[in-house]
Design a protein around this ligand. Structure first.
Ligand code: HEM
Length: 118
């Protein structure tokens, strides 16, 4: 069973995506990136992106992650913090630690695409 199914399909994954967006946009370190961002748009794209990444049938037709984050000067420190918050979101949705580590490692492979500042 994919993690998508384990989370309860589309509604479950959307809830995790929204919880994650809430955590990063209100975080002391990460919040600065979202002050001028269009939260509604990002949330929709994030829901679709995570759904696909977790094995769902949706399609992600947004900008590539490289393009979406180009020029934002996202730092390695911000990236590490983001991964902590992502794991917290999965944990609070009831995902067990082993699976959680797997998913976070998977998303972690996108680091080179998003991080521009060491
Ligand atoms: C520290 C890490 C990250 C920061 C600070 C960050 C920040 C941002 C910001 C500010 C935007 C809005 C850009 C704009 O409207 O021009 C954005 C868009 C987006 N981000 Fe991130 N992001 C991070 C990591 C991630 C990761 C790991 C994912 C995927 C799992 C992701 C998925 C998206 C998506 C799907 C969009 C929307 C793209 C679009 O609107 O076309 N982001 N991000």
């Amino acid at each position: 069973m994919s993690l998508y199914d384990q989370l309860g399909g589309e509604p479950g994954v959307s809830a995790v995506a929204d919880d994650f967006y809430h955590r990063i946009s209100t975080d002391a370190l990460l919040g600065a990136w979202f002050v001028d961002a269009n939260g509604a748009d990002i949330r929709l794209h994030l829901r679709a992106y995570l759904a696909v990444a977790l094995g769902g049938p949706e399609e992600y037709s947004g900008r590539s992650l490289r393009r979406a984050h180009h020029g934002l000067r996202i730092t390695g420190e911000a990236w590490n913090r983001m991964l902590v918050l992502l794991a917290e979101s999965f944990r609070s949705a009831g995902v067990d630690d082993r699976l959680n580590a797997e998913v976070v490692a998977n998303i972690g492979t996108l680091r080179a695409v998003v991080v521009e500042v060491r």
